[in-house]
Design a protein around this ligand. Structure first.
Ligand code: ATP
Length: 895
């Protein structure tokens, strides 16, 4: 254990030693200087794959190896030009693959950067959220439950602080931390009571610390090599395509062997037969497919970022398209999290408060009559305690009033300000001795305070229904009364009355402590309380959510609201948003507590709102829905939400309010915390999958066409209609661009009008296999017909007939590509609606013309210039597949 001299220091000594100030933090200039001197607060990553290695990795692919073998054979047979041309195409393709993979890698790195943890640091006297890699020695940072500690710190303030240090010690039970100097001998990191270490998690409470080491100097840095964890970067679809590729290659090789053997037996010469076999092998393999899938996924992920959704785990892109239920938090995700207190209740009377949003001016009304809060002692007390038991700061930034902290607490602070009660005025009157922070399971927060006269008492604020069960008496007006059953009912109906107006409610209570009472924990503090009153605040729904919920419903996706809020408040908002309809139910957390997963399964599909739930219940809900066969997307922000986020098929964390723990457990982060973003991500997920299906259909139909051309020719004992280099050119060059453009296609109108895809659905489901074979057959047929027509009229000019076949094949494929835009028919959408596709097809046509008419390339590609009149034949033949299919669609439609 390295000696740590900060352990025994007082705060002032640390400030002096590190030239910093706990009140003002570091100055920006000083930060720059320290960054220059000590570098960024980063752990050195393990060696990345070098560019050269990545380039060579492109040639490790089995498909490429087959191609290289074919080249070798051509070379051995004396076809040097062919061999060189194939190698050139393979190298160009290798470069393309290399650049695409580099780009995909870079965009994943950029994603990592966006999802990287941020910390609150005190700079120039102001708390600022900065990327944790910018921390330097002497930075003062604050942290709270759910945060990952960004550097090694000496703790100088701790409030019920507990940190889980398993990343360093392997011990998963959180350790309680203190701020006082520690003069004891310390044997291991686990005993460092006043230190917090980089990479560990705050599980409870909050605190402030001064950075004492960064980057590789931290305890984590010393074991950094052990932390290189592999992340899954391939999706299930990519995996399945890899398998498919292997099957295709094996089939191609068997086919090649068969063709060669049968041909030689029939008396053909070996050279011709090997050439035919190699052509078949090249025709059967969709060489460009894996690269295009990677590009389509990485471009899709980038489009999602533009819509504020960050994909942390690539497989989520596919799972998104299968989601059948979205379980979403209410506060901040469906609502704006812009709370404003509008009603205050005490002892049978309600005051309303004016002033919208964060306006700090407002009046208090009883009925129509304006009153002065300073004349009402109990109202004063409700507002004072609401601000005292509170961390939110109301600050002015760029001329606007903003809340630094929890919006619920911000609303209470602004309500107090409207009555002229400021934090500064309270600081002179009260000293906070201890705090029991808010957590979503207790649904309360308490403090112990001492007033100017030395009297101590507990102040608690929290969910009213929970608080009522902890109270013995009530301040009715300014009279203290015993809370009878009758009185409880009155309080309950006041709570319900506010909740029915969709208000979020907070109750305020307190109790005096006699001089010798010892409060050890929150159980001691939060009982026998005196109920004072309620504050009700509006939190308007986000305007776009109603439409998003409807779109999800149309897409066969159910939206479920899961909230810690009161059942009646939740019900009111869920009804406004169209989440709760007809016979759908609202269930409360306390009911869930008594159920096991199998009980919940019986009813879970009928429930649209789970209210007053604790984060632990979320896991049960996920499991029950999954057992019913659903693919579940689940949102969360706190530490306790992490297990449910992890178990869900798509775990979603909030970008703004989410803790590091929740983000790290998630596969998707919403940058704007907005429910509508989930809908957009699902739509994008469905679209990416559909686009991948589109180009798989296109590329494989083209391969089928090529195989069949060769096969037809062999059956009819005709010479080869295409030479291998021509097929390779088609597969890698003329097909590549349009396939990529299909990957960028806009979603079909109905992508959110049909149910979610079944997660086990194969790539060729929903008729895709049939489409590939039938279109491939027609492409093959039209090409061979064009070849036969020209070859029969002039059998001496094989190269000419081959060029015509080559042109017909390319053209038939380039016409067919427009067909692939829709799963229904070419008529169901404007075939030229994708401008990338139009440009890709034009460039592929030009490339084809270059190969046919540019003399230096004619030798390489075995082509000869085609006469004008034959273009009519080529055009006619190439249009046959699309005409036939369009015709059959029209006939079926009119029937
Ligand atoms: P959601 O799960 O939809 O985000 P929520 O934010 O209302 O809902 P919690 O944060 O768990 O869920 O809050 C539950 C209840 O606890 C609230 O209805 C409120 O009454 C009370 N509450 C919320 N924030 C605080 C706080 N800072 N201090 C005391 N009580 C709070």
């Amino acid at each position: 254990m390295q000696d740590n001299h900060f352990r025994g220091m007082k705060t002032e000594e640390i400030e002096q030693s590190l030239q910093t100030s706990k009140r003002l933090g570091l100055e920006k200039k000083e930060v720059q200087r320290r960054l220059k001197e000590y570098g960024y607060n980063e752990l050195h990553e393990g060696e990345k794959q070098s560019a050269l290695l990545l380039f060579f990795a492109q040639f490790k692919d089995f498909m490429v190896l087959v191609l290289l073998a074919a080249t070798l054979i051509s070379g051995l047979l004396g076809e040097y030009i062919d061999a060189i041309a194939i190698i050139a195409i393979v190298i160009v393709n290798g470069f393309l693959g290399f650049f695409q993979e580099r780009k995909a890698e870079k965009s994943l790195d950029a994603l990592k950067e966006m999802a990287a943890p941020q910390v609150f640091a005190l700079r120039d006297g102001e708390w600022q959220k900065i990327p944790s890699k910018e921390l330097v020695l002497g930075d003062v940072i604050r942290f709270s439950s759910g945060d990952r500690i960004g550097a090694d710190l000496r703790i100088i303030e701790a409030n019920s602080l507990e940190i889980e240090e398993s990343a360093l010690t392997g011990e998963s039970v959180p350790v309680t931390k203190y701020a006082s100097p520690n003069h004891q001998q310390v044997d291991s990191i686990g005993d460092e009571e006043n230190m917090a270490f980089m990479g560990t998690m705050v599980t409870r409470g909050h605190g402030v610390g001064i950075v004492i080491s960064t980057g590789m100097g931290t305890a984590m840095g010393k074991i950094a090599d052990m932390l290189q964890t592999a992340q899954t970067t391939t999706t299930p679809l990519q995996h399945r395509l890899e398998q498919l590729g292997k099957i295709l290659i094996t089939t191609a090789l068997l086919l090649t062997a068969l063709v060669v053997i049968i041909g030689v037996f029939q008396g053909n010469d070996l050279y011709t037969m090997v050439l035919a076999g190699v052509s078949l092998a090249v025709a059967a393999i969709p060489e460009g497919l894996p690269a295009i899938v990677t590009v389509a996924l990485s471009l899709g992920v980038q489009r999602m970022i533009k819509q504020n959704a960050i994909v942390r785990k690539l497989p989520a892109v596919e799972t998104l398209g299968c989601a059948s239920v979205i379980c979403s938090d209410k506060t901040g995700t469906m609502t704006q999290n812009k709370m404003t207190v509008t009603h205050i209740w005490n002892g049978g009377q309600t005051w309303s408060v004016t002033g919208s949003g964060n306006e700090t001016d407002g009046t208090f009304l009883r009925g129509e009559e304006e009153i002065s809060p300073s004349n009402n002692k109990t109202l004063q007390q409700i507002l004072t305690f609401g601000l005292l038991c509170n961390h939110a700061e109301v600050i002015e930034r760029e001329g606007k009033v903003v809340i630094d902290g929890d919006p619920t607490e911000g609303a209470l602070a602004i309500a107090a300000l409207k009555a002229g009660i400021t934090r500064r005025s309270l600081q002179d009157r009260f000293e906070i001795i201890k705090e029991f922070p808010f957590d979503s399971t207790r649904k309360m927060m308490s403090i112990i305070v001492k007033d100017q006269n030395g009297r101590q008492f507990v102040v608690t604020k929290g969910a009213p229904d929970v608080l009522v069960s902890k109270t013995e008496s009530i301040l009715w007006g300014d009279k203290l009364q015993y809370l009878t059953g009758e009185m409880k009912k009155t309080v309950q109906s006041a709570i319900d009355g506010l909740a029915e107006q969709a208000l979020r409610t907070i109750a305020i209570a307190y109790k005096p402590l006699s001089g010798n009472t010892v409060i050890l924990d929150e159980q001691d503090a939060e009982n026998n309380l005196i109920f004072i009153g309620l504050q009700g605040m509006i939190d308007p729904p986000r305007p776009e959510v109603k439409q998003a919920v409807k779109e999800c419903r149309d897409a066969g996706i159910k939206t479920v609201m899961i909230t810690g809020d009161h059942a009646i408040t939740a019900k009111a908002i869920a009804s406004q948003l169209g989440i709760l309809r007809g016979k759908e139910k609202v269930i409360e957390g306390k009911m869930l507590a008594d159920m096991d997963v199998s009980d919940l399964e019986d009813i879970v599909e009928d429930v649209s709102v789970f209210a007053r739930v604790s984060p632990e219940h979320k896991l049960k809900i996920v499991k029950a829905l999954q057992n019913k066969g659903h693919i579940v997307a689940m949102t969360g922000d706190g530490v306790n939400d992490a297990p449910a986020i992890k178990s869900a098929d798509i775990g979603i964390a909030m970008g703004i309010t989410g803790t590091d723990v929740a983000k790290e457990a998630s596969s998707l982060i919403l940058l704007d915390d907005n429910f509508a973003t989930i809908k957009s991500a699902i739509k994008e997920g469905r679209n990416i999958y559909e686009n991948i299906r589109k180009f798989i259909r296109y590329l494989l139909a083209s391969n089928v066409g090529e195989i069949l051309v060769m096969f037809f020719a062999m059956i009819m004992a005709l010479p080869l209609p295409l030479v291998p280099i021509q097929i390779l050119w088609v597969n890698l060059v003329t097909d590549g661009l349009p396939a990529m453009a299909l990957g960028l296609d806009q979603p079909e109108d109905n992508v959110m009008k049909r149910g979610p895809r079944h997660p086990k659905e194969g790539v060729f489901a929903r008729g895709l296999g049939w489409k590939i074979i039938s279109r491939g057959f027609l492409i093959g047929l039209s090409t061979i017909l064009a070849f036969i027509t020209v070859y029969k009229s002039n059998p001496d000019q094989l190269a000419y007939a081959q060029t015509v076949a080559f042109a017909t094949l390319v053209l038939a494929q380039l016409i067919h590509v427009f067909d692939c835009r829709s799963e229904k028919s070419i008529f169901s959408r404007n075939p030229f609606g994708n401008k990338y596709l139009v440009w890709a097809v034009i460039s592929s046509l030009l490339l084809m013309l270059v190969v046919i008419y540019y003399p230096p390339l004619q030798g390489v590609f075995h082509t000869v210039p085609i006469a004008m009149r034959d273009w009519l034949l080529i055009g006619g033949m190439a249009s046959i597949p699309t005409f036939l299919l369009a015709g059959s669609f029209l006939i079926r439609k009119t029937k």
